[in-house]
Design a protein around this ligand. Sequence first.
Ligand SMILES: [Zn+2]
Length: 223
Amino acid sequence: MPPILVRVLLLGIVGSALLSACSSGPDFVARREPWRAAEERACLASGMVHETAFVRTRASLGGPSACGAEQPFEMAAAYGGRVRLKPPALLRCPMIPQVDHWVREVIEPAARDVYGVPLAEITVIGSYACRPINNVSGGYLSEHGHANALDVSAFTLADGTRIAVKSGWRGDRRQRRFLKTVHDGACAEFTTVLGPDYNGYHHDHFHVDLARRGPHGMRTVCK
Ligand SMILES: [Zn+2]
């Protein structure tokens, strides 16, 4: 199959359209967003994220396309290595402390509170991907395209208990309580949190990201 031309519409100062062949995959529309690079550089300069045995630097992503990150990280575990991310997530700098905080302050305490067992593993079904929102051709570039989003589908406790979003969101009382706490707690850590109540695309996972919306970039979505 011949490579598909990816159309990148740069909406910004000049509002001009630019045709650019980058990789195969569905078409997307990318906004011109100078805050992204500035925010990433500020995060890197802050020293907030540094390389550990579980958080490793990776080569820049995206190349000449609208996708990517300058200095992404591969996050294989959170909470000082106590909780694995499987498979490891490829994320830009600002996402790392937020994911870590979500695990430490929300998910791990929820596991102990609801099940009396520590959290061991989080199942990751998406992080960096150069694609439109919901994979719908012609849509806006997803936050996943900027390594600014994470999709998680299940949580495994130290005793092997597995709580999946797909079966647990409307599952037994403990599953519902645990997942609701994890979902709602994410809303304090990220600017976007989407779960099964949002739409059919999210029936089996929680999507969290750090998109900026509104005039000051502060508008949040928690659904
Ligand atoms: Zn997602």
